[in-house]
Design a protein around this ligand. Structure first.
Ligand SMILES: Nc1ncnc2c1ncn2[C@@H]1O[C@H](COP(=O)(O)OP(=O)(O)O)[C@@H](O)[C@H]1O
Ligand SMILES: [Mg+2]
Length: 230
């Protein structure tokens, strides 16, 4: 079983949105059993799940301090963990055993200010990346955000634009990837990126130099998707 954690102390960055898009995309692919855990007392993912009719992914309870071996034994192939804002004590343990950590960042000065301490806290983790989130169309904020993030760590070569389709899908406990359109494509593209990290040749080696981008061969910010000014 692989564990994917969405983490950033910044509230409203897109953790819950990206968590459910990826979990639903994963559940639809390759017949894998996917579980989600909601560690945020605000219960965003739990509320979404209660509105959902489909049974996959499943929502499970998780002790974030321990590896979820029982889930692996029960046949779960991927566990997607949605975390609260802030830096609760359990985050350190959780990040310690997560296979992949994605850090959503909006391309704003406020989110970028928080990016350096997050990168520092993940320095010893082998597989983590920033994901640009809620990117406004045709914004000049994007190029500078990509530059700043690439100097701190990997940047996913797939990003989430600000699109009403993401919250609209959640009304009925669904994800945009269950529909067609650009939001669905973005969700699918990010899921392909996560798969590439999990399968990647450097998957079990320490993280490369800051600025390297998974799947973009060191051209962080210029790979497929990342850095595209929209
Ligand atoms: N790409 C996006 N486009 C439009 N709205 C978004 C997008 N991502 C998130 N949102 C909305 O922004 C708000 C915060 O997102 P959320 O995923 O809950 O962030 P977090 O979990 O980090 O607090 C929610 O109302 C969500 O519906
Ligand atoms: Mg949330």
């Amino acid at each position: 079983m692989h564990t994917l954690v969405l983490h950033t102390p910044k509230g409203g960055s897109g953790k819950s949105t990206i968590a459910r898009e990826l979990a639903v995309a994963a559940a639809a692919s390759a017949g894998m059993q996917v579980a989600m855990a909601d560690l945020d007392p605000q219960g965003t993912t739990t509320g979404w799940y209660q509105r959902r009719e489909a049974t996959a992914p499943v929502l499970v309870k998780l002790d974030p301090v321990r590896r979820a071996e029982a889930l692996a034994e029960a046949g779960v192939g991927l566990l997607v963990v949605d975390t609260p804002p802030g830096q609760p004590a359990f985050i350190r343990d959780l990040l310690g055993w997560a296979d992949v950590v994605l850090v959503p960042v909006r391309p704003t000065p406020d989110d970028l200010l928080a990016a350096a301490p997050i990168a520092a806290s993940l320095a010893s983790h082998s597989r983590w990346a920033f994901v640009l989130s809620q990117v406004p169309p045709r914004t000049r904020l994007l190029a500078s955000a990509l530059r700043q993030l690439a100097a701190l760590g990997r940047v996913a070569p797939a990003q989430f634009t600000f699109r009403a389709d993401f919250p609209a899908a959640s009304i009925s406990g669904q994800a945009a990837v269950e529909f067609t359109g650009k939001a669905a494509e973005e969700g699918a593209e990010l899921w392909r990126y996560v798969q590439s990290i999990l399968r990647g040749p450097d998957a079990d080696t320490p993280q490369g130099k800051p600025g390297r981008s998974h799947g973009a061969k060191g051209r962080s910010g210029t790979g497929s998707g990342a850095g595209r000014a929209r």
